[in-house]
Design a protein around this ligand. Structure first.
Ligand SMILES: Nc1ncnc2c1ncn2[C@@H]1O[C@H](COP(=O)(O)OP(=O)(O)O)[C@@H](O)[C@H]1O
Ligand SMILES: [Mg+2]
Length: 343
């Protein structure tokens, strides 16, 4: 059980400062920073927001859907460097409560680093990150209590049953003893693993493992669910299934979903709004329709008669020529390793 969440969760309390000065070591297998039952949260539950429709697309500046909309995430000027590499370079981002927001970008764009700052697994060396108003640098435990996190790396233990894996997360994240068994059952049922709950996770398919990890993140009833490449390495049927389960839980609970992916087609289909990230920065932001419309109009204005643009076309347009060269060997190796582990 080297990958259990305890190691990370138990020692860290809210801190007055922005954390260590240098970047901490990478945390492969770092698991959900979710904590506690969201019911115990003292922050009043904001009304569920309607995803904003009126952004100026392709604006790489802060996105504020509506002044009055409760924000699940606000991120201003977030910068994070690994030595010379600026993985996140002045990131401005707002995720409205209740929306499914996609952070898209090729390998190495900085998505995982940004997510780790948001989940408090990495410090926030520069900029401000808030989750439902709580400062990720100063109120780490408050932030953790609000969110569920499915990391890119494997977070389930192959030697435990599905139920034991989810029960472990329930215990670590403080779901009350009285409610625990029911909540574990609910989380497993929500991802259709009720029948397989008492089998060892090592007998699960890649898609089942991803759904198990989803159950682990959901057992604490998070208000914000963060998924890092939830469908990487899965076949198309398993990918659809993972998304359908995410959507069903979101519809039932109104939770906010922030997902990273490099599959543009999935983002197009399932996200209310997307941000296109490249080399640590947001290059375009809007609903998938807005982004496509904007590119179509621009191409028409240039005298072209373009075929219907895809989100990938939008990305190529805003990212310019550097897209194909993005992501170094290390990124490819990391991605492949993850795909093998979950596939
Ligand atoms: N632990 C690390 N040490 C050094 N460089 C890293 C580390 N993690 C990520 N990077 C670098 O930071 C950049 C962004 O990586 P990452 O946030 O993982 O991107 P993404 O999730 O979009 O693939 C890449 O250039 C990557 O090589
Ligand atoms: Mg990543």
């Amino acid at each position: 059980m080297s990958d259990t969440p305890e190691a990370d969760m138990s020692k860290q309390a809210d801190t007055p400062g922005p954390g260590p000065s240098g970047p901490p070591p990478d945390t492969p297998g770092a698991t959900t920073p979710t904590a506690a039952d969201a019911d115990r949260n003292t922050t009043p539950e904001p009304d569920r927001a309607t995803p904003a429709q009126h952004h100026a697309p392709t604006t790489p500046s802060p996105a504020t859907p509506q002044a009055s909309t409760p924000q699940a995430v606000t991120c201003t000027g977030l910068t994070y460097a690994f030595g010379e590499t600026k993985a996140v370079d002045g990131l401005d981002l707002t995720v409205a409560a209740g929306e499914v927001f996609g952070l898209l970008g090729p390998n190495g764009a900085g998505k995982t680093t940004a997510i780790r700052c948001l989940t408090t697994l990495l410090p926030v060396p520069a900029g401000i990150v808030r989750v439902f108003g709580h400062d990720a640098a100063r109120e780490r435990m408050s932030v953790r209590r609000l969110l569920g996190y499915v990391p890119q790396q494997l977070s389930a233990d192959a030697g435990l049953t599905g139920r034991e894996n989810v029960a472990l997360f329930a215990r670590v994240f403080d779901v009350s003893r009285r409610e625990r068994a029911a909540r574990v059952d609910q989380a497993l049922a929500a991802v259709d693993l009720g029948d397989a709950a008492d089998r060892l996770a090592k007998t699960y398919s890649g898609g089942m493992i991803r759904r198990l990890e989803l159950a682990q993140a959901l057992v604490s009833a998070p208000r914000l669910l963060i998924l890092d490449e939830p469908t990487i390495g899965l076949d198309p049927i398993a990918r659809t299934s993972v998304w359908e389960h995410i959507n069903a839980v979101r519809a039932a609970t109104g939770m906010t979903v922030l997902v990273t992916t490099h599959y543009m087609d999935e983002a197009d289909q399932y996200c209310d709004r997307v941000a296109l990230m490249h080399r640590g920065r947001i290059r375009a932001l809007g609903t998938p329709d807005e982004l496509r419309d904007e590119l179509r109009s621009r191409r028409r204005a240039a005298g072209e008669t373009p075929k219907e643009p895809t989100l990938e076309d939008v990305f190529r347009d805003v990212a310019g020529s550097g897209l194909d060269e993005s992501g170094d060997f290390r990124d490819v190796r990391r991605t492949r390793r993850t795909a093998t582990r979950v596939g």
